[in-house]
Ligand binder design. Structure first.
Ligand SMILES: C[N+](C)(C)CCCC[C@H](N)C(=O)O
Length: 298
């Protein structure tokens, strides 16, 4: 993160803010889709996307879709900087070429994959506690506190973090972190390989990809990596919820086996459609701002 940050401060500091702001903007716009996804993956009360949307809107109003958004907003700058910072530095170490040189001398996809996996592995650990709190809050289906009605279990992100900490200690905040790491390490390798490959396909050798290419390649990179990540995403979300419902799984495998036994293999694709719809725009703008950031490094 510091490497990414100090590099941009040299030339155009505002490109750093654009990178952070577009990340946050994408996150806000994508959050309602994310909430529906998480609910479909962890609750069995919904018949499908529309049913989940209608029920959420009826019981909780539009605000229901935005539950659990504040911690991700706070953490997105750190998480994206770790991911993209580690990725570009790992690629630099592996290929010994700067970003500019890399256009003329494209890195091998193996190097891109390894750099992406490294970034994915490290960002997963920063993401884990924030993601846990997000998922717990997104799954609270109570309407906003009304006088007389019982308050929801968690009053907000800080209360949620504090309650988990009190009940389970610091390790509790990393519930599901292992599944998250397994989800993100290979699939972020796939993410960057898809992006580089699509850019390479539609850009003449030695030239920078156009903005339109970056948007489309970024969007598809998001979809491809989410398609491959969905099975472990479902397991991760279920393990994060498990401590709450006393349905503690013995581990990742146990969660997989019991989910498949009860719901069939289709369980691994829960939330895929809605998540893909979210992934395209979110990752299109993420890559556009990342490329912009890299250009301003010079
Ligand atoms: C690796 N995995 C598929 C999990 C995520 C890839 C895209 C990450 C992006 N911040 C997003 O939220 O879409």
């Amino acid at each position: 993160m510091e490497a990414l940050r100090s590099n941009c401060e040299l030339k155009e500091p505002h490109s750093w803010y654009i990178f952070v702001t577009t990340g946050a903007l994408g996150l806000v716009l994508g959050h309602p889709f994310d909430t529906v996804k998480v609910r479909l993956q962890t609750q069995t009360t919904y018949q499908g996307i529309i049913d989940c949307m209608v029920k959420t809107y009826r019981h909780e109003s539009l605000l229901g879709f935005f539950k659990g958004m504040s911690f991700p907003i706070v953490s997105i700058a750190v998480v994206n900087s770790v991911l993209f910072g580690v990725y570009s530095n790992a690629l630099l170490a592996l290929t010994a070429t700067s970003h500019q040189e890399r256009r003329a001398q494209a890195p091998s996809y193996t190097h891109v994959f390894i750099a992406g996996c490294t970034g994915g592995f490290l960002q997963a650990y920063c993401l884990a506690p924030f993601d846990l709190i997000k998922v717990r809050l997104q799954n609270q289906t109570e309407p906003r506190a009304q006088p007389g009605s019982p308050p929801p279990r968690y009053r907000g992100p800080v209360h949620c973090a504090a309650s988990i900490f009190q009940a389970e200690g610091p390790r509790g905040l990393f519930r599901g972190a292992w599944a998250l790491t397994l989800r993100d390490t290979p699939t972020l390798g796939i993410y960057f390989v898809t992006y580089e490959w699509l850019c390479h396909q539609s850009t003449p050798d030695g030239q920078n990809p156009s903005s339109a290419t970056v948007l489309v390649a970024g969007g598809f990179a998001g979809i491809t990596s989410w398609v491959t990540a969905t099975p472990l995403d479902v397991i991760k979300s279920r393990m994060q919820m498990a401590g709450l419902e006393q349905r503690a799984y013995r581990g990742l495998l146990d969660c997989m086996v019991s989910s498949v036994r009860q719901e069939g293999l289709g369980v691994f694709f829960r939330g895929l459609t809605i998540n893909s719809a979210r992934a395209f725009p979110v990752n299109a703008v993420t890559f556009l701002s990342y490329e912009y950031l890299l250009h301003s490094w010079g």
